[in-house]
Design a protein around this ligand. Structure first.
Ligand SMILES: NC(=O)c1ccc[n+]([C@@H]2O[C@H](COP(=O)([O-])OP(=O)(O)OC[C@H]3O[C@@H](n4cnc5c(N)ncnc54)[C@H](O)[C@@H]3O)[C@@H](O)[C@H]2O)c1
Length: 260
């Protein structure tokens, strides 16, 4: 199995892409730390993994707090002896024009989407070195490449995480530690549904977005999780410092009209 004997941490694993990835990593043989601040849903992810006969434990934390990250890393090493994989997936979206945004709102998004990765990477590095290497995966977005209307701080955070990834790939490559960034497009998760709204209005908005996606469908969290598994497993052993897009073709064109 692709992650046999490995220990993996997945942040934001109570929901969406993080949950699907935690389940995929466990199916691939990893013991998985399910890290999230939503304990009810986090325990559901652990239960789903355990129901398939695989191992996971839940850590309740706020990824933007260094002390919480440190506690998670220490608990993982105490239980399973080391860390091989870190998937910094937890994230938040804020749709708000810049001129209406408060400093607290700016800081909150940057802390969860960027500073949390700094903390987690900082605290896992020594453990990965001790294992002779490791795989770190950060989470960008199609918004790591192009601007998106009404989301200045989210876009800034996803741009920042992309360049943090490349920079760290240079610094830790000689330690056998690979650092990559997964950049999803329109993916069917609670974050997206919350953003676009529920019911008929939400469906209309989704259809309108999908009209410029060449594959013509919304991605499932599992579509993205399969790419995450590739990027943290030996299948991608020669790859570091990349932004890996999983977007149904969304970024392939500046403009796209479905031809009927
Ligand atoms: N869904 C999409 O279309 C899409 C597109 C591009 C990028 N992304 C990115 O993918 C990642 C996962 O998003 P998703 O769509 O699965 O969202 P989601 O809201 O379904 O899941 C995010 C998870 O992160 C957790 N989380 C948020 N802040 C936290 C904190 N401070 N501490 C601990 N846990 C925290 C939430 O509780 C939740 O379980 C995010 O980084 C997001 O920006 C999503």
């Amino acid at each position: 199995m692709k992650l046999s004997g490995k220990v993996a941490i997945v942040t934001g694993a109570a929901s969406g892409i993080g949950r699907a990835s935690a389940i995929a990593f466990a199916r691939a043989g990893a013991r998985v730390v399910v890290a999230d601040w939503n304990d009810h849903s986090g325990e559901d992810t652990v239960a789903a993994i355990a129901a398939e006969g695989n191992e996971a434990f839940f850590v309740r934390l706020d990824v933007s707090k260094e002390a919480d990250i440190q506690r998670m890393v220490e608990a993982t090493v105490a239980l399973w002896g080391g860390i091989d994989v870190l998937f910094n997936n937890a994230g938040v979206l804020l749709v708000k024009p810049l001129e209406e945004m408060t400093e607290e709102e700016w800081d909150r998004v940057m802390s969860i989407n960027v500073k949390a990765a700094f903390f987690a990477i900082k605290h896992v590095l020594s453990h990965m070195r001790r294992r002779g290497g490791g795989a770190i995966l950060n989470t960008g977005s199609v918004g790591s490449f192009v601007g998106q209307v009404g989301t200045p701080v989210y876009s800034a955070s996803k741009g920042a995480i992309a360049l943090l990834t490349k920079s760290l790939a240079l610094d830790y490559g000689r330690d056998g530690i690979r650092v990559n960034c997964l950049c999803p497009g329109i993916t069917d998760t609670p974050m997206l549904r919350e953003h676009l709204g529920h019911g008929d209005e939400g469906e209309t908005r989704i259809r309108s977005r999908l009209s410029r996606v060449p594959l013509g469908r919304i991605l499932s969290p599992e579509d993205v999780a399969r790419a995450a598994l590739y990027l943290v497993s030996e299948d991608s052993a020669g790859i570091t410092g990349i932004l890996h897009v999983v977007d149904g073709g969304y970024l392939a064109a500046a403009e796209y009209d479905v031809r009927v």
